[in-house]
Design a protein around this ligand. Structure first.
Ligand SMILES: [Fe+2]
Ligand SMILES: [Fe+2]
Length: 179
């Protein structure tokens, strides 16, 4: 059972808080759990250590918003090391965005690359499927209201919204778009 390998990490506040973080328009926790599940099945098929791959998977996108497409693997790897994970877990996390970013150097790194891509496709299909029932947008709205990163960005990056609100307060009509 793959949950046994990550029992302690699932109880860690840094992982628990990802339930309220948005990632691919779904909870980041769901994405990382999906990657962990894929890693559990793929590891023996790819000659990798299952425990290392699964532990890397459940941490692989922590603090991803602090980096870019190519650099956030290194950021999450640093977080994993700070949480006490060994070098092989960090090494697998660093390269999970390959080919966007460094090439994996270990079998567990390759497992994470494949598991992350498969999970991302599942994330997308879950989101698309939920568009028909309203579930996806409801979850997205909840996450936008709970994710501290989104809230902080909204507070500092709303030039168009600010102009709009200022103009409506002053009773100035917004410019009409021709065409
Ligand atoms: Fe990532
Ligand atoms: Fe990911």
């Amino acid at each position: 059972m793959f949950l046994l390998a990550i029992e302690d990490l699932l109880a860690h506040p840094r992982v628990i808080e990802t339930r309220e973080h948005i990632h691919h328009s779904i909870p980041k926790h769901d994405h990382m759990m999906r990657v962990a599940r894929f890693a559990h099945y793929l590891a023996p098929l790819m000659g990798a250590d299952r425990r290392t791959a699964v532990r890397a998977a459940i941490l692989h996108d922590l603090d991803s918003r602090l980096g870019t497409l190519t650099s956030h693997g290194a950021i999450a790897a640093r977080v994993a090391t700070e949480l006490g994970e060994p070098e092989d877990v960090a090494a697998a996390i660093i390269s999970h965005m390959y080919p966007f970013g460094p090439r994996p150097t270990t079998p567990e790194g390759w497992v994470l690359v494949v598991a992350d891509k498969l999970a991302s496709l599942h994330d997308l299909s879950w989101f698309m499927g939920g568009l028909f029932t309203g579930r996806s947008l409801r979850v997205r709205r909840q996450l936008c209201a709970s994710d501290p990163y989104v809230l902080a960005r909204r507070a500092t990056h709303r030039p168009i919204g600010k102009v709009w609100r200022r103009r409506s307060r002053a009773g100035t009509p917004m410019p009409q778009i021709e065409g």
